[in-house]
Design a protein around this ligand. Structure first.
Ligand code: HEM
Length: 217
């Protein structure tokens, strides 16, 4: 997917209705339920679930202004689940994941030698998380705000829209965050949780392999 350079103040990109988004092509990705049998060793209970991962498409528009990258995501969800009021309730969410190495496998959320970085939004939280994982079962949430990640979300007419934004270059290397640069290609993959369908953790829909992300200079 091409990520156009658009000369605009970063705040403007946070508005999903801003005219600049017309300059960025829409990517439409089919989503499928995660291959949950792969986590049987971690959770035999979760591995037996069958009704999860029904959200089957996500749209994305991505652009940068030389300093920040913005990822606009939207998908259909008939129920807005943004609060837990009982034990059997779950939360809508979305995440984008990036590899740290060329061998990182999105199907396993990376592994010990090939970690992945994800930006994770949940409908019950004002702030996003920046997640690092070395294979499923290992994900560590960090406060996105402390790592420069911001989010804007809205729900209208049965559709969620979520906008993530961060500096192209993360602050400190020790924070282990993905970095972007014009003319450098990285990969992205997508996951959606439908709280109304009890999606959580591995029970979600995802886009499969890495989609190449090419930042235009
Ligand atoms: C595009 C692909 C994927 C993305 C963006 C993604 C993202 C995430 C994120 C952000 C979390 C943390 C949730 C939390 O903190 O509550 C998570 C958890 C989890 N994911 Fe994934 N995931 C992907 C694919 C998969 C696949 C294919 C599987 C298994 C077949 C899987 C298994 C798990 C499991 C077991 C957890 C809970 C344990 C943990 O936190 O590591 N994921 N995922």
């Amino acid at each position: 997917m091409k990520v156009p350079y658009i000369k605009q103040h970063a705040d403007v990109f946070l508005d999903p209705n801003a005219g600049l988004w017309k300059k960025s092509a829409v990517g439409r990705f089919n989503l499928m339920p995660t291959p949950i049998k792969m986590i049987e060793h971690l959770s035999p209970f979760m591995a037996n679930s069958t009704e999860y991962g029904k959200v089957n498409q996500i749209e994305s528009r991505i652009a940068h202004n030389g300093a920040k990258i913005t990822i606009l995501l939207s998908w259909q969800d008939a129920t807005r689940n943004d609060a837990i009021r009982d034990l059997d309730q779950f939360i809508d969410g979305v995440a984008v994941m990036f590899p740290f190495t060329s061998n990182a496998n999105p199907l396993t959320m990376g592994d010990a030698e090939n970690p992945v970085n994800a930006w994770f939004w949940r409908a019950d939280k004002e702030e996003p998380y920046d997640v690092i994982a070395h294979g499923y079962g290992s994900s560590k949430r960090r406060i996105g705000k402390e790592l420069g990640l911001v989010v804007n979300s809205s729900y209208q007419d049965g559709r969620w829209t979520v906008v993530f934004q961060r500096a192209l270059r993360a602050g400190l290397i020790s924070h282990q965050q993905v970095n972007f640069a014009p003319d450098k290609v990285t990969g992205i993959s997508f996951a959606v949780w439908d709280g109304g369908n009890a999606d959580r953790a591995a029970q979600k829909s995802f886009s499969g392999g890495w989609e190449p992300l090419e930042l235009e200079a």
